[in-house]
Structures are given as structure tokens and as C-alpha cells.
Design a protein around this ligand. Sequence first.
Ligand code: GAR
Length: 194
Amino acid sequence: MRNLVILVSGTGSLLQALIDDAARGKVFQISCVISDNANCAALQRARAAGIEAIDIPTLNITKDQWQQTLRDTVLAKQPDLVVSAGFMRIIKSDLFEVVPTINAHPSLLPLFPGANAVADALAAGVEKTGASIHYVDHGVDSGKLISQREVPILAGDSIAVLHERIKQVERDQLVEVVVKLCQQSDLWAGIANG
Ligand code: GAR
């Protein structure tokens, strides 16, 4: 059984997909959910599922101290895999070099990295966007790709409508990638047929 730590900032629907699969399967368990936002719904979802939920406040602490606290809190759980699932901060420690760390991102990277990927795709007028899962590295959404799925942009799409269509794809995609990675002996190796 693989041990996962999940990083979140928002609604936590991707987290919920992982919680639901962990309850069904025997491949991974979630030992802890960590957030920069004490009030986010994702932490409530973790608590409702009986999973330890930790927030690391950003007030009264330097950015470096916050990054160090995040690193130490994650590593104390001895995870096999760290999943950034709607976590809106860049990891600036060596955490992703110590433990395989993956991130879900709502675009077809390398297009539209950053915090506004859905709005940026709409503004660019492209016909399709999508969902990417990649290893975290030093850059912003720049690490090695593991999986990509396309999502069409439809006439009249708002940011919210398009983002929800992408998230429907992301939930399945993330569970599939996490299960496949966890079934491998080497979690750094990526997966075939992402
Ligand atoms: C997802 O679309 C995820 O790809 C995105 O936040 C959403 C989280 O949804 N992450 C980023 O944009 C990171 N740059 P959720 O809170 O409902 O799981």
C-alpha cells in the first residue's frame, strides 16, 4: 500500500476523487492533506473522510520558513508520492527531489502555465485545451509530462463552465495516473500510455 500526501488550496474535487478511490481500492492510502488555506473546502473533505488535515498559515512567517515548514510537514509523513491537486503555490524547497511529486494542471502544457490557465486559454481563442499531469520541478508547471487529455472549448463557454468540463476529465485522469504510478516499483519512472 502506497502512502500519499495531497496538497490542496481550494474546492478539493480532485482530492475527493482520490479519497473515493482510496476507499475502494487497495493501491494507496492518503495519510495527510495539507493546505495553505485553513478555510478551504478541500480540508473539510479530508476531515469528513477521517484523514488528517493540516493547514500551514502564511501569516507571520517568511516565505522561506513557510516552504521549510511545508517540506518538513510532508516528509514527516514519509510519503511514497506527493500529489498537488489544486494547490496554488510553487514549491521552492527540494521536496520534489526527495519524494516524487506530481501536479494536476488545467491546460495542455506547455501552453498556459500558471494560476489562470483556463482564462488564458479562453482569451487566446484556441479551439481546445485540456488537462496535464506532470512531475513538479523548479519551474512553473514545467516538469516532465506524465499524462495529457484534450478538452474542447465550446461556443459561449465561461471560465467556470470550461473549468468544470476540464475538472471532470482531471478527476479520472488523476486517479488513473496515481494508481498506475503506485503500482510501479519506481514512482519516478512515469507511466506508459498516459
Ligand atoms: C484543478 O483544475 C487543477 O488542475 C487546478 O486547480 C483545480 C483544482 O480543483 N490547479 C491549478 O490550476 C494549479 N496551477 P479542485 O479544488 O476542485 O480539486
